[in-house]
Design a protein around this ligand. Structure first.
Ligand code: 4GW
Ligand code: MN
Length: 351
């Protein structure tokens, strides 16, 4: 049948057949090679038990993984160029526009994270609780599991709140110190003690904030990290010299003029419960040691917190959006005011 047009037509047929067979052989080798690729197969055959292997298989086959549509991050397009968004020790500084809350929410929902929000309402400061809780219901960790821990000496003056699903309020009765300086400083000791005996069993993260505040915009899981603090709204554009650190060398809160990264706000810190225990324990002991020597740091608990964060750097820092006060106006870098100081009528709340 090939005799007439041989060699041309017949040879083309044979060449095609040969190519087909060779192609099939190559694909078979490729598939076999991939299955045995050491990067994928080896670690799980060498270091994992059968449970871990099957959970890996489940993970790889899991069709329920959240698929969110979002723009690919572009290495050459930083989301903010007007502000620093990472520290020299590689902790993110959280500014509006630098993160995608949908991606973060999916990650934290996967872990079913539980968050505790501690707040003190001692003596006349109970008047701040209503606005604080009602605004937190609108903006704080919406959709996540939240426990409000309200420390107060006036249990009967805390009204009942209707909370969204998965959110609870725990009222903790604590003593009211006579001096207002002790009211604010002793928060460290009380947060430490309740963290050890209760919070560590109930929640993964704690955020510890002032009560004379109101949420005006979302504050979500973007704040969470091993240990975090917030930039004080009055000092984020100031020099080291201008920071109101404790400057007396005898104090445990002492920071010399040549040192310091940022001036952190006393009214906002947090992290995983174990880290909050370390932070509050350090600040409480520093305060007690100073008390022994008849010293009280210039800005009380805020001074000790600043010393702690100088020595033990936070793993995330919140921009002043997270603890703003209109006393400082509305600079361009503050694109949103998420948590805002309530105007205090001093004669009504101070003592
Ligand atoms: C002066 O008379 C006082 S009273 C200064 C603070 C006081 C106070 C503070 C109080 O009577 N009851 C109370 O619960 N606190 C708690 O400490 C409350 O959670 C408050 O947000 C936090 C820090 O005090 P502050 O908000 O007045 O501090 P700044 O002026 O720095 O925001
Ligand atoms: Mn305050």
């Amino acid at each position: 049948m090939c005799s007439q047009k041989w060699p041309s037509v017949c040879s083309i047929k044979w060449i095609l057949l040969f190519c087909l067979c060779f192609g099939l052989l190559l694909s078979w080798f490729a598939i076999k090679g991939n299955r045995c690729h050491p990067n994928i197969a080896m670690p799980y055959t060498l270091h994992s038990n059968s449970n871990e292997r099957s959970s890996l298989v489940n993970f790889l086959q899991d069709g329920k993984l959240p698929r969110i549509l979002y723009d690919k991050p572009d290495i050459f397009k930083p989301r903010r160029i007007d502000v620093l968004s990472i520290t020299p020790w590689l902790a993110p500084i959280v500014w509006n526009g630098t993160f995608n809350r949908d991606i973060l929410n999916a990650q934290f929902h996967q872990r079913e994270v539980r968050i505790g929000l501690t707040v003190f309402a001692i003596k006349k400061y109970v008047i701040f609780i209503k606005k604080f809780i009602e605004s937190a219901e609108k903006f704080f960790m919406v959709g996540h599991k939240v426990n409000y821990y309200v420390f107060t000496d006036r249990v009967n003056e805390i009204s009942n709140f209707t909370l969204a699903e998965g959110r609870h309020m725990v009222i903790l009765e604590v003593p009211a110190y006579e001096r207002w300086q002790d009211v604010t400083m002793r928060r460290m000791e009380m947060i430490r003690d309740f963290s050890i005996k209760q919070f560590v069993n109930d929640v993964d993260y704690l955020a510890c904030v002032d009560v004379d505040m109101e949420f005006l915009d979302d504050v979500g899981v973007e704040i969470l990290s091993k240990v975090f603090g917030a930039l004080h709204p009055g000092f984020f554009s100031h020099t080291r010299r201008e920071f109101t650190y404790e400057r007396r060398p005898q104090s445990k809160a002492y920071i010399p003029f040549e040192a310091g990264d940022f001036y952190y706000a006393g009214g906002y810190f947090g992290g995983v419960v174990e880290e909050v225990v370390k932070l509050t324990n350090y600040c409480h002991h520093a305060m007690l040691a100073d008390k022994q020597q008849n010293i009280e740091a210039l800005w009380h608990d805020e001074s000790y917190l600043n010393k702690y964060f100088l020595l033990y750097k936070p793993t995330k820092i919140l921009s002043p959006e997270y603890i703003w006060n209109n006393y400082y106006g509305s600079p361009a870098s503050i694109q949103t005011k998420r948590f805002l100081g309530v105007n205090k009528k001093y004669e009504e709340v101070r003592f």
